[in-house]
Each structure stands twice: as structure tokens, then as C-alpha cells.
Design a protein around this ligand. Sequence first.
Ligand SMILES: C[S@@+](CC[C@H](N)C(=O)[O-])C[C@H]1O[C@@H](n2cnc3c(N)ncnc32)[C@H](O)[C@@H]1O
Length: 292
Amino acid sequence: MFKRVLLNSYVMSRRSTRVIKPRIKEILSETLPSGLVDKLPKRWVQIGDVLILPLREELLPYKYEIAKVYAEVLEVKTVLRKGWILGEFREPHYEIIYGHDPITIHKENGILYKLDASRIMFSPANVKERVRMASIAKPNELVVDMFAGIGHLSLPIAKHCKAKVIAIEKSPYTFRFLVENIELNRVQDRMTAYNIDNREFKGENIADRILMGYVISTHEFIPKALEIAKDEAVIHYHNTVPERLMPKEPFATFQKTAREHGYEVELLEEHVIKRYAPGVWHVVLDLRVFKK
Ligand SMILES: C[S@@+](CC[C@H](N)C(=O)[O-])C[C@H]1O[C@@H](n2cnc3c(N)ncnc32)[C@H](O)[C@@H]1O
């Protein structure tokens, strides 16, 4: 029922890993004890010219030497050690293990995303969703992005669909990049940003389309989304859902809340975005909501 859009290709550098991995191994075999060479990361994420490297516990005593070799072979300016993404702002906690500048500009699908890769989430597994957004709206629509981040999902709408976008981002640090990205992508004439909690947003009955690109507690924001929605609107509702509750959830919860607020819901499409944790999936539902 859910369409799977898991991607692997993005995780690797574009250059052939057939050449890169043996080269990295060869150089590091001069420094590392022989048993550790096979435990070197085989996958990594590159955002602009910053590399995010997952390192196993036993490699940590050599983290700076390892990072230097990956940086030189892959030609990046900074290497981060992958850690956890935590809290309300979904902020990564990634340690800088090579270089000193985690701020980069990542180009994807004609969009420039400037961000601090050590403190702002930019998931390679969400690339299909970002690309999908680039053709989802019509130019006459008003789109409200309730969890804008740096404009992950709404920059493609403003840039490629030419729709009007209101982007709401609560974190002051992330908001700075959102504002910069609006300028970098030259969409100031149709994209407006607010540095507030979306629950404080005053617009009512205004949006043709709403983006709810958030996880874990997105259901708590359904009443606010319905307040912002026109009498008929489309909502892209993301959430994390345990596999044992799929495919009934997360639609059932959305529908129950919508009915309590006088809306009916039609399920248009559903997609799996990525595995979030063992037995838990990040999914997105495209929902048409309309007043009963
Ligand atoms: C996980 S990021 C996702 C960004 C983008 N929507 C996507 O799907 O790729 C969620 C963003 O929502 C912001 N956020 C969290 N709670 C918020 C709230 N109540 N109001 C506005 N922004 C919020 C966080 O700071 C973070 O930048």
C-alpha cells in the first residue's frame, strides 16, 4: 500500500566508490591496526563539501586520522562524526573531526540549500520528497509550510512551482539559514518566512496546501493545520508510525481529529520516506481535507 522510496545512491559520493574505498583502506592500513581496517565506514553522506561519517566505537581512538584521509580522498573541507538527532528542533549533534567549518551550500534539483550540517538536519533519505514537492503545486496556490527548516520542502515549491509560500520555523538558528536561502534562490517575491512557533501563526482559512514535514508528534499540530487550511485544501502529513499499526495509521488518527474539527478527509497518496528506527517508519500522506 505504501510506496517505498528508500534511496541508497545519495549516500555515496558521486565518484565511484569502487576506486575510493580501496584507496582509503590502503592509506589507513599504514596507521590502523589490521583488524580495524575492515571496520572503516563503507557509507557516508556528503552535503555540499561537508562529509558525515558514521564511526564505530572501536575506531574512535583514530577518528582524527580517519577523518583526514576521507577528507583528502573525497575532497571535502570538513568531516563530521555522525551522532544523534534530538529534541523539538530535530537538531543533529555531530562532532567536527576534520576542518572547522560545517557551513556549506548543497545543490539539489536546482535549489541551493545553505546550512550548518553539524546542527541542522538534511536527510538524504528525504530527497525524493523534496524533488516531489517541486511539481506538486500550481502557481496560484498559497502554501503554508508549518515546519520549514531551511526551506527543505518549500523552496522547491516556491522555485519550481512558482506558488506563494509562507514558511514558519521556530528555531532562531535554522531561521537565519531559511532567510538566506530565500535570497540565494531568488524567491523573495513569493516566499515569506516567520520565526515563530507555528501554533502562534495568525492566518486562518488561508492555505490551499499545507506542509507538515515533522515526525514523532506531528498529530499534535493537526488542529492548527485545519485552522490554517481553506474549507478545502491538501495537507502533506508526515509522521513516524510503528509498523504494527500500518497501514491503518497514521490516517486513522488524522481522520478522527479532522472530524472533531468539522472536516472530512480523503486519502490521495501515501509514501514511505524512510525507516526511522527498528520497526518504525517515517511516512507521508497526501490528504484532501474539506468542510463537512
Ligand atoms: C525535522 S525538520 C524538517 C524540515 C522539513 N520540513 C523536512 O521535512 O525536511 C523540522 C523543523 O521544524 C521546526 N519546528 C519544530 N517545531 C516547530 C513549531 N512548533 N513551529 C515551527 N517550527 C517548528 C524545527 O526547528 C525543524 O527545523
